[in-house]
Write a protein that binds this ligand. Structure first.
Ligand code: ADP
Ligand code: ADP
Length: 225
């Protein structure tokens, strides 16, 4: 189901409060954008939601369970990184199938699911290639595929378009928005780009110096004084 509840979460690094007392409730099917300038705490907040960084205070609940108490492979979440984080020595097929192999699913089932995902993301012709033989946009689609393959309840994305050129960025933005509509899953998406936030989000959380400054629909946030 993946309802995400962020309860008064703080993360300190030494004297820096990367995230400072943030509370948020993300309903199933929302597209929440975490928006703000570099260094405002977006990545740290996303990583806490993913369970990759433990909060100094507060907690993150996914469907009522503290994410840090759920074993990583049982979390109903998938993360997509800015840098793609693909395995360079593995083919597209094996990169996408990786999360299923790690969970010891049957080979035939993995092949079928990878084919489905490759179809959705227009990667079917590229399954035998390795990441270095792909364009930036194709790599990002493989990274999306690896997130999609487990059919998680929520997708967490950290500036997934920032390594793409302007034209590809617009096209991929549209693809991600369509993916959200099609899947009806929860998306939490980090960006410093206001246009991305306004065109993709169902709700926007504006962060400033670790604090939640505004929360609302794109129109509410955009029209705020
Ligand atoms: P954003 O994603 O908005 O650019 P970050 O969450 O990456 O912001 O960083 C927020 C603040 O926390 C910054 O001041 C950053 O330097 C600091 N920070 C983030 N991660 C670490 C870390 N692992 N160690 C020390 N400081 C960190
Ligand atoms: P981004 O803002 O694109 O997420 P960063 O360059 O801010 O990338 O951070 C990359 C990695 O470095 C992250 O794992 C983050 O936690 C860590 N990091 C960020 N700021 C600091 C810092 N001041 N000291 C140590 N690690 C940091």
């Amino acid at each position: 189901v993946s309802r995400i509840t962020v309860e008064n979460v703080t993360r300190r690094y030494g004297d820096v409060r990367a995230v400072d007392g943030v509370s948020l409730d993300v309903a199933h099917g929302d597209f929440l954008v975490l928006l703000g300038p570099s260094g405002c705490g977006k990545s740290t907040l996303l990583r806490m939601i993913a369970g990759l960084v433990p909060p100094s205070d507060g907690r993150v609940l996914v469907d009522g369970n503290d994410v840090t108490e759920t074993p990583a492979r049982d979390r109903d979440l998938a993360m997509v990184f800015q840098s793609y984080a693909l395995y360079p020595h593995l083919t597209v097929e094996r990169n996408i199938g990786f999360p299923l192999r790690a969970r010891k699913q049957r080979k035939a089932d993995i092949r079928r699911r990878v084919a489905e995902v490759a179809d959705i993301l227009d990667l079917a012709a590229l399954l035998d290639r390795r990441p270095r033989e792909l364009s930036g946009g194709q790599r990002q689609r493989v990274a999306l595929g690896r997130a999609l393959v487990r059919d998680p309840g929520a997708f967490l994305m950290d500036e997934p378009l920032s390594n793409l050129d302007a034209q590809l960025r617009t096209a991929t933005r549209t693809e991600i928005t369509e993916l959200h509509r099609r899947l009806g899953r929860t998306f939490v998406y980090v960006t410093h780009d206001q246009v991305e936030a306004m065109t993709m989000a169902t709700s926007v959380a504006v962060l400033n110096r670790g604090r939640l400054e505004q929360l609302g629909t794109p129109t509410e946030v955009y029209d705020a004084p």
